[in-house]
Design a protein around this ligand. Structure first.
Ligand code: F0G
Length: 458
């Protein structure tokens, strides 16, 4: 059969009651036009993130009942450790409450002010953890990544030329590690090829710089490698993931993504010295090393979820849902990043709203219109999230103004996506009347989560 179906049946449902348009307008005003400040129950289709928002399987719920809540050496820890070791091969594994906690421990133990960390593209929490120490986060994406409509199989790749040039122009002692983020979330959820990971590792080896994998969506990345890179057709996703991790010296992971869990993460490495530092910081910040920031039942759910994420049928279904939405938006002329990524469809807000300059945040204009049109909550990955300040303190816009429609795992059905397409079409038909926004309040760090906006009158 040609139709790819959900490889599961729905056993438990969660009711939501859509609110009326007038209520949505008022909810948005109360939230200072920042959808992060809306109540979840006021959102009909919530595509803010794919992180921790998935539905767990019966096997995961059943495993949770087996949670061993011993403070030290619980049975659940050994199951978790065995699965993470099988997939990643790392000698030292540290559970954390989520990905950013793993990043925090990595940065507080390995970085000093004045250091630099290259990445294909840093995600917001990674960048914030690096900058918090006084170090610099450098993005070195491949050239194709900068063109939203250029169709290439591995637009998440790091630029090998830019990496080499960057290292040669730097003091190597001030590059304590390099990161590859799979898939490249900030750049459209685009995958990284095995060839690229291997080549980056070879370059880093010449200079003795360790490679860290930001592995949040490692299973989706493995699926893309199997489908798009020659030589992997007959490999299982587990084998591909194992090879990806084999090139890394350490990894940070948010199990809220490809752990198919609602909370959790880990930090892992091979070096005994790094492990010693991680362990001490973990105890200080998260918890004893055999539970880290998690309950025993969470470790159980993740141990099952990590394996389920590597199921080929599941990944084929998940990718089919993203393609389903992407194809229909393209057919309507709506500008999206191509090809569609692993966990989301990214709309190019610059092309959608060319009359709104980056300084007026076109992504926010589009997001707020999607919410008013149909109660859909999306997230901006543009200048609100990623702008930086130049030496004179002026805001330098992000290279791309994207709006991400992230897909929670195993949550929405095809009719939800058909509704979503209608909502995007409504915003598209009104695009010329949509407005830009001005920020009226912002905190110093990670401003997108809590800043306030006001619409700009034309
Ligand atoms: N790295 C990447 C690539 C991520 O996408 C995220 C989270 C993290 C690290 C941090 O993990 O949330 O468990 O602390 N991304 C979410 C998102 C929040 O919406 O893309 P965390």
């Amino acid at each position: 059969m040609k139709t790819i179906i959900e490889p599961f049946r729905i056993k438990v449902t969660e009711t939501f009651k859509p609110i009326e348009r007038a209520q949505r307008i008022s909810a948005l005003q109360t939230a200072h036009y920042n959808v992060f400040l809306l109540k979840g129950e006021d959102c009909c289709i919530d595509l803010l993130t794919d992180s921790g928002t998935g539905a767990m399987s019966t096997e995961q719920w059943a495993a949770m009942m087996l949670g061993d809540e011993s403070y030290a050496g619980g049975k659940s820890w050994y199951k978790f450790e065995a699965v993470v070791r099988e997939i990643t091969g790392f000698r030292h594994i540290f559970p954390t409450h989520q990905g950013r906690a793993a990043e925090g421990i990595l940065c507080m133990t390995r970085l000093k002010a004045g250091d630099t960390v290259p990445n294909n593209s840093h995600f917001d929490t990674t960048r914030a953890n690096i900058e918090f120490i006084g170090a610099k986060a450098i993005n070195l994406p491949c050239a194709e990544a900068m063109d939203p409509v250029f169709d290439a199989p591995f637009k998440g790749d790091m630029s090998l030329e830019r990496l080499t040039q960057f290292i040669e122009c730097s003091d190597v002692d001030k590059i304590p590690f390099c990161i590859i983020t799979v898939t490249n979330n900030a750049g459209g959820g685009q995958p990284v090829s095995m060839a690229n990971i291997r080549a980056v590792k070879a370059i880093l080896d010449k200079y003795g710089i360790p490679l860290v994998l930001d592995a949040c969506r490692f299973a989706e990345n493995a699926y893309f490698i199997r489908e798009r890179e020659s030589g992997y057709k007959n490999h299982t996703l587990l084998e591909i993931a194992q090879e990806m991790f084999s090139y890394a010296d350490a990894a940070t992971m948010s199990c809220k993504k490809d752990g198919l869990a609602n909370i959790g993460g880990f930090l892992a490495c091979n070096d005994d010295g790094w492990a010693e530092d991680f362990r001490n910081a973990l105890i200080l910040r998260e918890g004893f090393p055999t539970y880290g920031g998690l309950a025993g039942r969470d470790l159980e759910a993740i141990a099952v979820g990590l394996r389920e994420a590597l199921d080929y049928e599941y990944q084929a279904y998940r990718h089919a849902t993203v393609v389903y939405l992407g194809d229909r938006l393209i057919a309507r002329g709506i500008p999206i990043v191509r090809p569609v990524g692993g966990h989301a469809v990214f709309i190019d807000a610059n092309a959608f709203l060319p009359h709104i300059p980056a300084s007026e945040y076109p992504g926010i204009g589009l997001i707020n219109s999607l919410y008013v049109a149909g109660g859909v909550r999306a997230v901006e990955l543009g200048s609100v999230m990623f702008a930086h300040r130049d030496e004179a303190g002026n805001e330098v816009p992000a290279p791309l103004e994207l709006v991400r429609l992230a897909f929670p795992r195993r949550v929405y059905t095809q009719s939800h996506f058909d509704y979503l397409i209608e909502v995007v079409e409504e915003s598209w038909s009104q695009r010329e009347s949509l407005r830009g926004y001005r920020i009226t309040y912002q905190p110093k760090l990670l401003r997108h989560f809590s800043c306030h906006f006001t619409p700009i009158d034309r």
